[in-house]
Design a protein around this ligand. Structure first.
Ligand SMILES: *Cc1c(COP(=O)(O)O)cnc(C)c1O
Length: 388
């Protein structure tokens, strides 16, 4: 008999896969854990998707999503050759690792004294927790660099210091605005970093529609900068998996070589094209989400939560009285799902997706009742007579 386990590559056997936020199907659950948009796609988008569900589903989709790339190029003022569409931006991030980074020499073979820059995937921590998984699954070298305690980028002089940021790393992945901190980085900081970087930089702008600034000009000016965007979060299309990169045509062409022939499904392409015809609808939604973000911040602050300023559709907050992990489970008892990360820099925080005003009110009510419960149970404790 063959034992199946040894048939798997050692690298894969030891791999810690990415842990996505839960998607439980519980009636009445308020789901604020995976940064989905609380508002549905535009009615015209749903109509176009429905109209596309017909006998033509037997045909393959456009292999390079060309009509969609043409529309995106027109939107961003570039050529279709500057755009690649992926099965979510996650697929493109993985492609970037496979396209620009050499796998490190495997254990057992002779290790070089200093790891080659060609094998390095560099990113700030905390940021998107998929990056180290992508590096590991490719056998590349993961190079985390700590953000400042305020979750801002370290000052440029600090990045330049020996042993901090590697300006020659093959690939650097920067979530901007960042997750899970919600913090936006200034174009000035990002521009300086990109100008000095010798390797490829991906600016992952998954949340940029909720921010004040975007870095697209860098992708259209610099030879080594790609900007990642997605229809998932801001455009309410998580289920259909459409994301894209904008950047120099040579880098985009290299990524095209590495992708699957039909990497973006037909309904996703149609939905994304229709979305670009309804941008005013989505811009109204962004304004609603931002207004609710401010409202939620103010309500939680009044209860003693420390809420960090956010440029995204979620907030990072340090809850009062109880540990964050305890808040996670107590809120769950109130049918409210938020996210907690067991990572040293953020384990005292909760990441809460901005939903509707009604959801913000429900969260506020539950938080207040949890705090009241703690206060009530604390009284008898204090009054309990000392043991003799
Ligand atoms: C959600 C998210 C993505 C992935 O988006 P998809 O297009 O749905 O794959 C990429 N980067 C960051 C930082 C995200 O939060």
């Amino acid at each position: 008999m063959i034992s199946p386990r040894p048939l798997v590559r050692p690298l894969v056997r030891d791999l810690h896969a990415y842990v996505p936020g839960e998607q439980p199907k519980i009636a009445g659950l308020i789901k604020l854990n995976t940064n989905e948009n609380p508002y549905p796609p535009a009615p015209r988008v749903l109509k176009r998707i429905r109209a596309a569900v017909n006998a033509s589903l037997r045909l393959y989709p456009n292999p390079s999503a060309e009509p969609l790339r043409r529309k995106l190029a027109a939107l961003h003022g570039c050529d279709p050759e500057n755009v690649i569409v992926g099965n979510g931006s996650d697929e493109l991030l993985a492609l970037a690792v496979r396209t620009f980074v050499e796998p490190a020499p495997t254990a057992g073979r002779k290790q070089r004294t200093s790891p080659s820059r060609a094998t390095k995937v560099q990113y700030f921590t905390p940021s998107y927790s998929l990056y180290p998984v992508l590096a590991a699954s490719h056998g590349a070298l993961s190079c985390p660099v700590a953000l400042a305690p305020s979750f801002d980028l370290p000052p440029f002089a600090a990045l330049m210091r020996e042993g901090c940021w590697d300006f020659e790393a093959a690939l650097s992945l920067i979530t901007t605005p960042n997750a899970p901190s919600g913090r936006g980085y200034s174009m000035k900081q990002l521009g300086a970093l990109c100008r000095h970087q010798r390797g490829v930089i991906v600016l992952d702008e998954a949340y940029v529609d909720f921010a004040g600034e975007h870095a697209l000009p860098l992708a259209l000016q610099r030879p080594n900068v790609l900007v990642a965007r997605t229809f998932s979060k801001a455009y309410s299309l998580c289920a259909l998996r459409v994301g894209y990169f904008v950047g120099p045509s040579d880098l985009i062409a290299a990524l095209h070589k590495m992708r699957d022939s039909y990497n973006v499904n037909a309904l996703g392409q149609i939905a994304a094209e229709a979305t670009l015809d309804c941008l005013p609808y989505y811009r109204d939604n962004f304004r609603c989400v931002i207004a609710t973000r401010n409202y939620l911040t103010q309500r939680l602050t009044a209860l003693g939560f420390q809420v960090l300023p956010s440029q995204t559709n979620f907030i990072l907050t340090r809850p009062p009285v109880l540990p964050a992990e305890e808040w996670l489970s107590r809120l769950r008892e109130h049918k409210i799902l938020v996210r907690w990360f067991n990572q040293p820099e953020v384990k005292e925080y909760l990441r809460i997706t901005v939903g509707t005003d009604a959801e913000a009110n429900a969260l506020h009510q539950s938080a207040r009742s949890i705090l009241d419960g703690v206060a009530a149970s604390a009284v008898p404790l204090r009054r309990r007579p000392r043991a003799r």
